[in-house]
Design a protein around this ligand. Structure first.
Ligand code: IPD
Length: 273
């Protein structure tokens, strides 16, 4: 019910603000850095601490809810997306930025009910930008409504494309090829290092499209909702409907723009989340 969503929303806003303090505490100090699936897939004690805090507090308040968290998953707790209310958490999206002190890091939290994301919150505590959306109610940055650009022309677009943490030669070759094919057709390509914030940049209209292969549900669940609530079009890079566990996304300011990008891409399949 709508009243419940409001309670969930208020609760998570308070919690990300609390978690943001922990992220800021770690931002400018030297951290203990470990690697996960590749030498460039990083995690710090702050990622783990923030995820623990969020899950613990949400569990206390909503004991029947389920959780999918980046670091819980990395530690072997695998939860699949069910119809139950499920909080999808990336405690620090942009961990590499966090490690390097590049101020493009965010706590990303989505709540899915019946496998549909009903609210999304993405908070960059370093610069104090809070992006949020409740399904059907628009997207906001620090409480003010945001709208994506109306760009329909690929040649006039600023595109975001990421390399991601994989160091697999074959996958990197395809990713580089995709960027190579796009660059000669657009104004520019950017890579900010946070999938969640990339989607917020589309939502607020300063970039026109973003695509990435290999992302996880916690990287794009909240950002997808925020971008769509700001008017953007999101889909699978193939043009098919977006699937939250298929580990790939194309988000564009307009459907026309998505349709120009999709056929240029060589698609990469990943094992699903
Ligand atoms: C990463 C960031 C990055 C993207 C990677 C993600 P993490 O998330 O979103 O932009 O290219 O695919 O893994 O590991 O910093 O939470």
């Amino acid at each position: 019910a709508e009243k419940d969503i409001d309670i969930y929303y208020k609760t998570i806003l308070d919690l990300v603000s609390l978690a943001g303090k922990v992220v800021c505490e770690g931002f400018s100090i030297t951290k203990r850095v470990e690697t996960k699936e590749s030498t460039a897939d990083l995690v710090t004690e702050f990622d783990q601490r923030v995820e623990e805090i969020l899950i613990k507090k949400l569990q206390e308040k909503f004991p029947t809810h389920k959780f999918i968290g980046e670091e819980s998953t990395a530690s072997g707790i695998k939860t699949t997306l069910s119809d139950d209310p499920t909080w999808i958490i990336d405690p620090i999206d942009g961990t590499t930025n966090f490690v390097h002190g590049f101020p493009f890091v965010a706590i990303s939290v989505a709540l899915a009910i019946n496998k549909q994301v009903v609210l999304g919150v993405i908070y960059n505590p370093v610069v104090d930008y809070l992006y949020s959306a409740i399904r059907g109610k628009g997207a906001f940055k620090n409480g003010r409504p945001i709208k994506c650009s109306k760009q329909t022309e690929l040649s006039l677009s600023q595109i975001i494309g990421e390399y991601g943490p994989t160091r697999d030669t074959h996958i990197l070759d395809i990713k580089c090829k995709n960027l190579r094919v796009i660059i000669e057709k657009v104004h520019s390509i950017r890579a900010m290092g946070s999938a969640a914030l990339n989607l917020c940049l589309i939502a607020e209209g300063c970039c026109d499209a973003y695509f990435e292969y290999g992302v996880h549900i916690w990287d794009y669940a909240a950002g997808d909702l925020i971008a769509r609530e700001a008017g953007a079009y999101t889909c699978d890079p193939s043009g098919a409907p977006l699937n939250l566990v298929h580990r790939r996304i194309l988000c564009a300011a307009t459907k026309e723009l998505a349709k120009q990008i999709s056929p240029l891409l060589t698609h990469i399949d990943y094992p699903h989340d």
